[in-house]
Design a protein around this ligand. Structure first.
Ligand SMILES: [Zn+2]
Length: 376
């Protein structure tokens, strides 16, 4: 079976690359609702041809999300992918779709329209060989992953509940590694309000928001516990108007990542307990935990072991890995669904003008996904 599957997928490759070009040339930047809706419809039609019933979910103010489903018996399998990209319209002129040796390049080839197409190819192969899963299968295509999945989160969790597995088709990065863990992602804005005054004439009448901010940063950074994977980055600060003015306002962003469940909440609570040191200064904290940590639970590791078996049959390199970056797998994992991520193509350098997806690994990776769906 592995050999036939690879031969079939390889034979489909020229058509798939043509299709990929068309998909990439629809510049589905998250905020471009028309383009993203168009992309969603293209994928919807593609999946309908594979026998799916499709429906949409409200994604306002972004484009609507799409759920393709196929009936079956037992606990369902959920596949999750997103069609939105980080590239604003017009990027294609500077960074066109092109075949460059063994890789395709273009905005969204690996993150992740190429991976959605790879999933379509895997499903197409299962149909071709009559090896469709007996389980109900659901493929959720979302439109707002790149901005933190504000409206899709609820549908992702709803669809994942009770599933045998959540398969996240983010790309596998160089080496082809699958992801069994991802850190949580929390983001905050801390705004400090003080009171302006002349720094020379009446410093005592002012309340320096910048001095207060410096003090607060000194309180925030020790909340990190890098030894267990909890890190904090103050990525941006601003404030003040002039050297001789006591600053009336100051601001910083706080990015918190944690490997362990519970850590994001610990830091979140501590941040909410920050209190001003200077009399009269005001703190305002906005933001919170965006994506909970995805931990390598025993159920997830069992899923990985199944994928490893299949990869061996296909002679594919495989390893369990993880990253500090979040995905929609964080959500499915946090509600207890065995989750395996990085099941898309082999590609990387996403969010840059170097983004690539391997051509020679396309068929093997599609075969891996197909066999996993078939055998779960
Ligand atoms: Zn991305």
């Amino acid at each position: 079976m592995p050999r036939q599957l690879l031969t079939y997928l390889d034979a489909c490759l020229p058509d798939l690359l043509d299709e990929m070009r068309q998909w990439i040339e629809i510049e589905s930047f998250t905020r471009d609702i028309t383009a993203v809706s168009w992309m969603v419809n293209v994928v919807g039609e593609r999946l309908s041809k594979l026998g799916a019933s499709v429906r949409k979910y409200n994604g306002k103010p972004q484009a609507d999300h799409l759920l393709a489903s196929w009936p079956g018996e037992g606990e369902p399998i959920l596949i999750v992918g997103h069609v939105d990209t980080v590239y604003p319209p017009g990027t294609i002129d500077e960074f066109p779709f092109r075949i460059d040796g063994d890789v395709v390049r273009g905005p969204g080839v690996s993150d992740m329209k190429g991976c959605i197409l790879l999933t379509c190819a895997a499903l197409q192969a299962l149909r071709h060989f009559g090896r469709w899963t007996s389980r109900p299968l659901k493929f959720l295509i979302t439109t707002d992953e790149e901005i933190g999945s504000p409206t899709s989160r609820r549908y992702i969790e709803e669809q994942a509940r009770g599933c045998r597995a959540a398969l996240i088709i983010e790309s596998a990065e160089e080496g082809g590694w699958l992801k069994t863990w991802r850190k949580s992602v929390s983001m905050y804005d801390l705004v400090i309000t003080g009171k302006p005054s002349h720094a020379g004439v009446a410093p005592e009448l002012g309340i320096s928001a910048i001095h207060e901010l410096s003090y607060q940063i000194g309180q925030i950074l020790p909340l990190a516990r890098p030894e267990i994977g909890t890190t904090i980055n103050i990525g941006k600060i601003s404030g003040g108007t002039a050297a001789n003015v006591v600053a009336a306002e100051a601001h910083c962003t706080i990015d918190v990542r944690a490997r362990k469940v519970g850590e994001a909440e610990r830091v979140d609570q501590a941040l909410h307990q920050l209190a001003p040191r200077l009399a009269g200064a005001k703190l305002s904290l906005e933001g919170g935990v965006n994506r909970p940590a995805m931990e390598p639970t025993p159920a997830t590791m069992a899923l990985y072991a199944a994928a490893e078996q299949i990869a061996k049959q296909l002679n594919l390199p495989i390893k369990a890995s993880g990253t500090g970056g979040g995905s929609d797998g964080n959500f499915t994992s946090a509600i207890g669904v065995p989750t395996l991520d990085g099941l898309g193509g082999w590609g990387s350098d996403s969010h840059s003008f170097d983004e690539w997806l391997s051509i020679s690994q396309f068929a093997p990776r599609a075969a891996l996904l197909a066999r996993l769906i078939e055998t779960l």
